[in-house]
Design a protein. Sequence first.
Length: 118
Amino acid sequence: VQLQASGGGSVQAGGSLRLSCAASGRTFSNYDMGWFRQALGKEREFVAVIDWSGSSTHYADSVKGRFTISGDNAQNTVFLQMNSLKPEDTAVYYCALRNRLRNEYDYWGQGTQVTVSS
């Protein structure tokens, strides 16, 4: 299984970015796709998750109302639209596949840097 994250960059506060995570290597019917982030010197934290059918999403309180997770099943790709970005959103963002049966994240992408300046 490979997860390829992309779309990071540098923006000013209030700006937007769209992250993508392309998955390959297996079928994903029993998996959900999540996004996590890790700021320098801090622990990794959950951002958002979506089930592969796209019918269920969940967000961290810190991003609710600003970030939107969505998926394209045909492309095996999940997106994270990030609006109204704040300097505290600065982090390396990782996508990961969660095995729904075991509730564990089995596969991780390589991370993409998001930097928000004030």
